[in-house]
Design a protein around this ligand. Structure first.
Ligand SMILES: *[C@@H]1O[C@H](CO)[C@@H](O)[C@H](O)[C@H]1NC(C)=O
Ligand SMILES: *[C@@H]1O[C@H](CO)[C@@H](O)[C@H](O)[C@H]1NC(C)=O
Ligand SMILES: *[C@@H]1O[C@H](CO)[C@@H](O)[C@H](O)[C@H]1NC(C)=O
Ligand SMILES: *[C@@H]1O[C@H](CO)[C@@H](O)[C@H](O)[C@H]1NC(C)=O
Ligand SMILES: *[C@@H]1O[C@H](CO)[C@@H](O)[C@H](O)[C@H]1NC(C)=O
Length: 704
């Protein structure tokens, strides 16, 4: 009864006081108001002061010295000095909340309270510094929370001293510009939790930062979202830590290799959302859980062998999980409870204490775009890609050399052939690059995946291949159209395609190919999605439109080529203009041209369009087969179909080699043949001859 009365009296006195000064007052809620003994007297003391009218000291002195719970909220206090509270020897909880004028917590402000167990200092926006010994000799103190003080720049190095029971220390959302000194706390509490977060001006963890903080194993050190850029050598010297969180220190690039010297016990480390690229090897041996999500610079994972105890990894890149895929660890743990029938029901318990062999839980798991495999997984692909790329490079290289080296007049077909050979040469370069990277990363591609796919190399390779394939398709179409035009208008010299027309057409082709190859480097689709650097990214609508329209254009080109040949065939099929045996040869030749074009185009377009519409019919691994087998077919076969097998090319070739002293007699034959062969065609007035000559030239028929 008496207790209750007393409480009411104190409360109403204070309420009166506050109303008198017209100060905003917030009702305090004590943690355990129902405790009914004497110790609860004054528990709900509320204090407010008008600095202008009365010194804060006077009001504080009027608080009953038996007060245990004190909340200083919304006052006009500017300084809290040692003398102010020192008579409250029974105080257990002290809350300094939202005092907008409070600038300084003076030396010894909260020192020497034998019973004080909790201090919360929050929302004091003007608070700038905390003096020496402010928190010292508090034998019962377990919790300190200092938060939401953006102007708090400085905590005196001696502020925290002899807090032997301290278990929880939290400093957050302050403007502190250096790491405070915690080395004289000497806590002996077990399960210590240290929490320093959202202090954007703390840039460095100095050496011995936690030495003297706690003699026991510190359960958690949370250093999230500070401005930390560097963890110095010996930063964790002399501390035993179980878990360390460095998440969200976006500028953290460097953890000194010796940062963890003299520390032990670290089993869980979180370096998510930081810019670090490697971890000190010394801690990896004990690590059981590694969290590095959104750590985009952490590209190379330590080898699984130096992470012998790792059980869980949450990483940034799916490819990293490949390293852990087939690793099972022997852990001969066998708790006596494991034989209990219910042990298996508790999955976590069973996994941690009973299972002798565990796999490593890793996320994000490799997806279909980033499977755990080398660039060219099957052996026959590894060989085939070399064969095809060398053939492509050689074939097109020779064609280009001969065409450019020839002294013959640059005709439109020859001009177009040059472009075709160049485009196909680019394709060869791309294939060689892919094949080389495959050889260099064999067996551990997942380690290089990020650097390769996001690097310049992959973008360049992707650029080359898209440019090459578009220019090749464009030139092929142009060549076919030119042939068709030549044959259809064989007699109309006024409608002959001249070199300058061809130049304009090819300029358009180059522009188009360059633009299409450039788009994925600026975010429309992307070359970094898959190991073979093709623009397979169709996540956004623009990317989808880009990929689908590219494929549709290729299909369109194919139909243009087909219909041109059909038209040519119909023209020459006319028995009046063509002898029968030539007719079948024309048909054969056309069939080959169309067929190679088709088998190059069709499978890729079909599967690619289905994938672009997000209905993939095959996996990326299978699509590599298409890439190697079908994609370069055109580039590889073009030199043969359009050059080596043609008479004009052979003529050029032998004449060129004759200049270097080879095949002199063959060259002579060609020289005489060509001079005797060309004359009648142009002189003869008979239309059929002209058509025949054009056709022979166009379809590369041998006159023999
Ligand atoms: C404090 O209490 C004393 C008596 O104990 C009284 O004289 C004085 O006016 C009080 N001060 C305030 C500010 O209420
Ligand atoms: C590491 O801590 C030990 C005591 O725990 C001390 O003797 C040693 O000097 C410290 N090392 C450095 C580099 O400060
Ligand atoms: C795991 O234990 C099995 C048998 O208990 C043994 O054959 C194997 O070599 C061990 N593996 C490792 C990595 O220690
Ligand atoms: C694990 O190993 C212990 C001995 O090291 C053995 O007694 C126990 O049966 C094994 N548990 C399983 C699930 O294999
Ligand atoms: C880590 O990944 C696992 C799934 O593998 C998930 O359950 C867990 O929540 C993740 N942990 C963190 C901290 O992201």
């Amino acid at each position: 009864m008496w207790t209750a009365n007393m409480t009411t009296v104190v409360t109403s006195c204070l309420a009166l006081l506050l109303t008198m000064f017209g100060v905003n007052m917030t009702a305090a809620s004590a943690p355990d108001t129902n405790a009914g003994d004497e110790a609860t007297i004054g528990k709900q003391s509320l204090l407010s002061s008008n600095h202008l009218s009365f010194g804060v000291t006077e009001i504080l002195f009027n608080i009953s010295s038996s007060t245990e719970y004190l909340r200083v909220q919304h006052t006009q206090v500017t300084v809290i000095r040692q003398s102010v509270l020192s008579h409250l020897q029974l105080l257990t909880t002290l809350i300094i909340l939202e005092n907008n004028r409070l600038e300084t917590i003076g030396p010894f402000a909260f020192a020497n309270f034998p019973k004080l167990s909790e201090i919360i200092i929050s929302g004091n926006v003007a608070l700038e510094d905390i003096g020496a010994f402010a928190f010292s000799n508090l034998p019962e103190l377990t919790d300190i929370i200092i938060t939401k003080s953006r102007n708090l720049r400085c905590i005196h190095p001696d502020a925290f001293r002899n807090l032997i029971k301290l278990k929880y220390l939290s400093i957050s959302n302050t403007g502190l510009n250096s790491f405070p000194d915690f080395t004289k706390i000497y806590s002996t509490a077990s399960g210590f939790l240290f929490d320093l977060h959202d202090n954007s001006h703390i840039m460095r963890i100095p050496a011995n930062a936690f030495r003297g903080l706690c003699t026991q194993t510190i359960r958690e050190i949370l250093l999230t979202r500070n401005g930390i850029k560097e963890v110095a050598s010996d930063a964790f010297n002399g501390t035993k830590i179980l878990r360390l969180y460095l998440r969200g220190n976006k500028q953290l690039t460097h953890i000194h290799p010796k940062a963890f010297v003299g520390s032990s016990g670290l089993t869980e480390l979180d370096v998510s959302e930081t810019a670090i690229s490697s971890l000190p090897n010394s801690i990896l041996g004990e690590l059981q859980k590694l969290i590095a999500e959104s750590s985009y610079d952490f590209k190379k994972l330590p080898h699984p062998e130096i992470l012998p105890k790792l059980r869980q990894a949450n990483l940034t890149y799916p490819s990293h999980c490949c390293a852990f895929k087939n690793i099972h660890r022997n852990r001969s743990r066998w708790n006596s409870l494991c034989s209990h029938p219910k042990a298996r029901d508790d999955v976590h318990f069973y996994r941690d204490h009973c299972s002798n062999s565990t796999s490593i839980t890793c996320s994000p798991l490799p997806d279909e775009f980033n499977p755990c495999e080398d660039i060219m997984s099957a052996t026959f692909l590894q060989i085939l890609i070399w064969v095809i790329s060398v053939l492509t490079l050689l074939g097109n290289g020779v064609v280009l050399l001969v065409l450019l080296g020839s002294r013959a007049k640059l005709t439109v077909p020859r001009f177009l052939m040059c472009h075709l050979a160049f485009a196909d040469l680019c394709m060869g370069v791309y294939l060689v690059v892919i094949a080389t990277v495959d050889v260099l990363t064999r067996g551990r591609y997942y380690d290089y995946a990020i650097d390769w796919q996001r690097g310049l190399g992959c973008s360049a390779a992707g650029f080359f291949t898209v440019f090459a394939s578009e220019l090749s398709v464009f030139t092929l179409t142009a060549i076919t159209l030119e042939r068709w035009h030549t044959i259809t208008y064989a007699l109309r010299l006024d409608r002959k395609i001249r070199l300058r027309h061809a130049c304009i057409i090819m300029a358009a082709g180059w522009t188009f190919s360059l633009i299409t190859a450039f788009l994925p480097t600026v975010g429309v689709s992307s070359y970094s999605k898959v190991s073979i650097c093709l623009p397979m990214d169709v996540e956004s609508v623009e990317s989808q439109v880009y990929v689908v329209s590219l494929l549709l254009l290729n299909i369109l080109a194919f139909f243009v080529v087909c219909s041109c040949y059909l038209s040519i065939y119909l023209t020459v099929h006319n028995p009046l203009s063509m002898p029968a045996h030539a007719d079948t040869r024309v048909a054969q030749r056309m069939a080959i041209l169309i067929f190679t074009d088709f088998i190059c185009m069709a499978p890729i377009s079909f599967f690619a369009i289905s994938a672009a519409l997000k209905l993939p019919l095959i996996t990326v691994s299978e699509s590599k087969l298409l890439l190697v087998l079908f994609y370069p077919i055109n580039s590889c076969s073009n030199p043969f179909l359009y050059a080596f097998f043609t008479r004009t090319f052979r003529q050029d070739f032998f004449i060129l080699s004759a200049r270097f002293g080879m095949f002199k007699t063959r060259a002579q034959i060609y020289r005489t043949e060509s001079s005797s062969c060309q004359q009648p065609a142009w002189i003869s007035p008979k239309s059929s001859h002209v058509v025949l000559y054009s056709l022979a030239n166009a379809l590369s028929l041998d006159a023999k």
